[in-house]
Write a new protein. Structure first.
Length: 95
């Protein structure tokens, strides 16, 4: 049971960290040539593969790309689902 709790905490922290990286990636779009810096290239390598999943959808309106917001929303919904499943597993193990 301890390993399951450890795995749950690790997963939630990883999702939280990745969400912060996505926010940083989005903020870089406000600064010219920010994607050409070391941090910018790192964030592009980390975030682009995930965001490309959502860029196939019609999420661009009036020149704004809402892929990052949808990506973060999907991460949060996924982490909530993981927490609910883990709660059911842990409660089932207690009884």
């Amino acid at each position: 049971m301890g390993f399951l709790i450890f795995l749950l905490n690790f997963t939630l922290k990883a999702v939280n960290l990745y969400s912060m990286l996505l926010v940083a990636y989005a903020l870089l779009s406000w600064f010219p040539n920010a994607y050409n810096t070391v941090i910018g290239r790192f964030l592009v390598r980390i975030c682009e593969p995930y965001l490309n999943l959502f860029r196939r959808l019609p999420l661009q309106f009036f020149g704004l790309d809402f892929s990052v917001i949808v990506g973060i929303l999907v991460l949060e919904l996924g982490s909530n689902l993981i927490v609910r499943i883990a709660n059911h597993l842990l409660i089932g193990m207690m009884y």
